[in-house]
Design a protein around this ligand. Structure first.
Ligand SMILES: Cc1ncc(COP(=O)(O)O)c(C=O)c1O
Length: 409
């Protein structure tokens, strides 16, 4: 057997389907966000990043960098092992207390990423619940889908944000059966929001537990950055809140927050928590600085929304197909895997603008798009330059102009 040929064929399949991913070689410049350097085939070039999930630029905030450097200097680089082996480094204790407070829950547990939080947290909770049925929104993220797979329990998928369908599925079950409802506070590819109150009402009516992925909302929505459930005044009604420390908080890691017993049970049973090295102290200290800052400062949240609204308005005014989104995500419809890649390449090579193409399986085929994420630091000049560059690319690729607001629904 030619092992290597098998891998080559697998890659060829992706290329044929126009899904082969090429990563841009970028170097961020601390203090100059969203400017960065692109290591292009011709050498280093200045570019502007328009698709970062460091949504608020906290990855370069002086308080965050300061805490990281100061802690690394005092405590060193690594964590020294799993928490079982190395103990819990003190900044991690502070971080979990900070997160529990952010969500008004009794406790929180940190994992090495948001992905791992879902992938190991969901099956651990579901397996502990006797004869559990998982009810999952059809648009839930891959990390939740993998968590559901690992749970190996019965599952039911409800049509995205369709409360009548969720109720139908819940009503078909005995009231006393354990049920775990999984959803996201904000869906990041379309920028739409979950009907959190309606989900909590149904959970109450049918005696189900709720688990909300707030990865794209923590830090950015709600008083103190508690997320979409906080903004909707429902945070206390959601049993488990899951989030990332890598997007609005600018660092790395993930977590769940909930009751003391639930968190202690996941701590005690979740393989993806038990058998892996803890986050390094310097990263934990940096995240604590970011969370503390965003609990007190509304400037980033307000400016973020203002920049997103302005970007949408400017792109719309020049006739670009901005998809409907009520949040900070600005999706631009392309609907063709080759053209979305070509548009991204042209923006980078010809205009010094980096926006990665979004393809299947991240979004359904035929809905390929550019996903733009304005930050508090994208000023009017950058927004105007973006609009000009996009118009040029749209014309050269003969992409359709026009309002996508309805078609995207
Ligand atoms: C909805 C959702 N959940 C979880 C994750 C994983 O988070 P992390 O990047 O911290 O692993 C992502 C990643 O983008 C996501 O979009």
């Amino acid at each position: 057997m030619n092992y290597d040929a098998i891998f080559a064929t697998a890659l060829e399949t992706l290329r044929d389907e126009r899904r082969y991913r090429v990563f841009a070689d970028l170097e961020r410049i601390a203090g100059r966000f969203p400017h960065a350097l692109w290591h292009s085939p011709q050498g280093k070039r200045n570019v502007v990043i328009w698709c970062s999930n460091d949504y608020l630029g906290m990855g370069q905030h002086p308080k965050v960098i300061g805490a990281m450097v100061e802690t690394a200097t005092r405590m060193g680089a690594g964590a020294g092992g799993t928490r079982n082996i190395a103990g819990t480094n003190h900044p991690l204790v502070e971080l979990e207390a900070e997160l529990a407070d952010l969500h008004g829950k009794e406790a929180a547990l940190v994992f090495t990423s948001g992905y791992v939080s879902n992938q190991t947290g969901i099956p651990t909770i579901a397996k502990l619940l006797p004869n559990c049925l998982i009810l999952s929104d059809a648009w839930n993220h891959n990390s939740m889908i993998e968590g559901i797979r690992q749970a190996g329990v019965e599952k039911a998928i409800w049509r995205h944000n369709d409360m009548a369908h969720l109720e139908e599925l819940l009503a078909a079950q005995p009231r006393e059966r354990a049920k775990l409802i999984l959803f996201e506070g904000l869906y990041s590819m379309d920028g739409d929001v979950a009907p959190v109150k309606a989900i909590c009402d149904l959970a109450e009516k049918y005696h189900a537990m709720t688990y909300c992925d707030e990865v794209h909302a923590v830090g950015m929505y709600g008083p103190r950055g508690g997320g979409m459930c906080a903004r909707e005044g429902q945070m206390h009604r959601v049993d488990v809140l899951e989030g990332t420390l890598a997007k609005a908080f600018g660092c790395l890691g993930g977590y769940i927050a909930g009751s003391a017993n639930l968190i202690d049970a996941v701590r005690s049973y979740a393989p993806g928590f038990i058998f892996t090295t803890a986050l390094p102290p310097a990263i934990c200290a940096a995240i604590v600085a970011a969370i503390k800052h965003l609990k007190e400062s509304d400037w980033e949240r307000e400016r973020h929304q203002d920049r997103a609204a302005r970007t949408k308005a400017v792109l719309h005014s020049v006739g670009l197909p901005v998809m409907a989104s009520s949040t900070h995500i600005v999706p631009l419809f392309v609907g063709d895997p080759e053209k979305v890649k070509a548009a991204s390449d042209m923006l980078l090579a010809d205009h010094g603008i980096y926006i990665q193409p979004i393809n299947y399986p991240t979004v359904p085929r035929g809905t390929e798009r550019l996903r733009i994420t304005p930050s508090p630091y994208h000023d009017d000049v950058l927004i105007d330059a973006l609009a000009e560059a996009l118009v040029d690319v749209w014309q050269r690729l003969e992409l359709p102009f026009g309002n996508r607001a309805m078609a995207a629904e």
